[in-house]
Design a protein around this ligand. Structure first.
Ligand code: IMP
Ligand code: MG
Length: 182
């Protein structure tokens, strides 16, 4: 991705689909859910990098029960515009997750292949429980059966950017979620 001017970069931001205030409101609710379901037993919030870094930072500040934070990075291989289900873990957890209730913090579930592979891998390590919280869900695009335990926003099949999500590594810093101008 290359831009010659700020205008060129801006032109690709088609329209805001979820403004900042709305994201904030839904994150508060997601935090309340975590606080009501877990009562003090050890929680490990696992952010899948890079897409969920902002979501994790905002969500963890709504959590009022003891929790630890961890990061994991996965590289999904794509065939055309879809992930192939071949996932390589480029940064693994250092925690022994058998002592924790794991909550996976994801940016978006599209075909579901990437997360499906990550869940399979983590389940082998026998955490006390495992749940998935996703900021965005595109259920129309699903090719493997996978449902988040908690999804903040369900969106149609748009390519979206902002609030952690990228196009060619750009736009992650936008404070809102926007539709990308293809
Ligand atoms: P999946 O394996 O098809 O579910 O792919 C999920 C990954 O693809 C996400 O974690 C994102 O990194 C990326 N992705 C899918 N849809 C979008 C989008 O609309 N904008 C930005 N990244 C996306
Ligand atoms: Mg991504």
């Amino acid at each position: 991705m290359e831009f010659n001017s700020k205008e060129e970069w801006e032109k690709k931001i088609k329209r805001v689909i979820i403004p900042e205030e709305e994201i904030r409101k839904e994150i508060r609710k997601a935090g309340e859910m975590i606080n009501s379901v877990y009562d003090g037993s050890p929680i490990l919030l696992v952010s899948i990098l890079k897409g969920s870094f902002i979501f994790m930072a905002d969500l963890c500040r709504e959590v009022t029960v003891p929790c630890e934070i961890a990061f994991m990075a996965a590289k999904s291989y794509f065939e055309g515009t879809e992930s192939s289900g071949h996932v390589e873990i480029t940064m693994d957890l250092k925690h022994d997750i058998s002592r924790y209730h794991v909550i996976i913090i994801e940016d978006i579930i599209d075909t579901g292949r990437t997360l499906n592979e990550i869940i399979k891998l983590l389940k082998v390590r026998e955490p006390l429980s495992i749940r998935v919280i996703t900021l965005l869900d595109k259920p129309d695009r699903r090719v493997v059966e996978l449902k988040a335990d908690y999804s903040l926003f369900t969106i149609p099949d748009y390519f979206v950017i902002g609030y952690g999500l990228d196009y060619g590594e750009f736009y992650r810093n936008l404070p809102y979620i926007a539709e990308f101008e293809e």
